[in-house]
Design a protein around this ligand. Sequence first.
Ligand code: ADE
Length: 419
Amino acid sequence: MKYDVKDIKLANKGLEKINWANEQMPVLTEIRKRFEKEKPLKDVRIAACLHVTSETANLMRTLKAGGALVYLCASNPLSTQDDTAAAIVKHVGVATFAIRGENRKVYYNHIESVLSMKPHITLDDGADLVSTLHSQHTEWLDTIFGGMEETTTGVIRLRSMEKSNALKYPIVAVNDAETKYLFDNRYGTGQSTIDGIIRATNVLLAGKVFVVAGYGWCGRGLAMRARGLGANVIVTEVNPIRAIEAAMDGFSIKPMSEAVKIGDIFCTLTGNKHVLRVEHFTQMKNGAILCNSGHFNVEIDLEGLDKISKKGRMGIRSNIDEFMLKNGKTIFVLAQGRLVNLACAEGHPPSVMDMSFATQSLMAEYVAKNRGKMPVKVIDVPMEIENWIADLKLKTMGLKIDTMTPEQVKYVNSWQEGT
Ligand code: ADE
């Protein structure tokens, strides 16, 4: 089998982590058991570009159990867990191309290696695989049935491709399923971002001024968790509705130009570029800590920061770079502005990835089954699939809910009865 990982000898260590994660992924496990029997993905070639983590390894196991031939590469140069990557090759049997810290050239070479399998289905996180396929390898578009996209940024890119008629095959916006964004984006990002900041710095959050840039589902989760640890949270936004929501959730709202003067820790999760830039860096307090939990490393203008620094010391501690500004102040940047939750910690916990990856597995089955019948668009996850996942997740959490009485069903489906 072809592969490119840091060290295949790390495989046994990786397997321990994969098995541990699997314990907390009961919905995915249930799907895997059915896939083993029914083989709904028999002979289907799947090219996956995802964060190479122990949760992803369990998704790989599931797709393989369904009979698919899977190739995997990293969706971010800093999120790969090298031991997990080795285990995916050795113990899961999936060709994996991912090395933590790979440069841009290797990152794209790995995407090409995965695409060279001429996939039927693409499984992407951020749309780098899909955009490479559409821009550099149109010769491999013929065999494609469809694809799935995992993240907000990827879905935004795909919608823009659809709008400009560049999209050549149907792609399911898994991110937009409630079984995904309500849990993974909010509780997953909330916890794992805090985890990454703490593992990298060991700072006390209690009493700190913590600035959250962006109040989408990820920002909501982070603001909530930072407050839970005693930080004074400021939210910055460009969307007035989200700003009102954050205000009514009890957070301070300020423009970044004001927040920078009092913030101790800044985290960007907007999906946009240069949210923190030179005009902000120069106003920050000495010792400010900057990080990003949005998909791409564009949210902090690191080039601009470099230009106004007289000296920089990279890696003063693992995952921390120090910038000494010409104005005499020092600023710290975590994980080179890349996803702090995956680069400095382990990403979202398995129990939320359980629902995200259950959705991915069932949508792989859906795309294989409905090949040729789906519109060439960004498409939604069918509600029956979301409900099936939610029912099973609830059951595995040991929770029970009510069902409507026949009278209630009739009432909610009628309009005649009023005051
Ligand atoms: N995205 C965020 N957290 C993740 C994880 N643990 N595995 C895969 N993708 C992720």
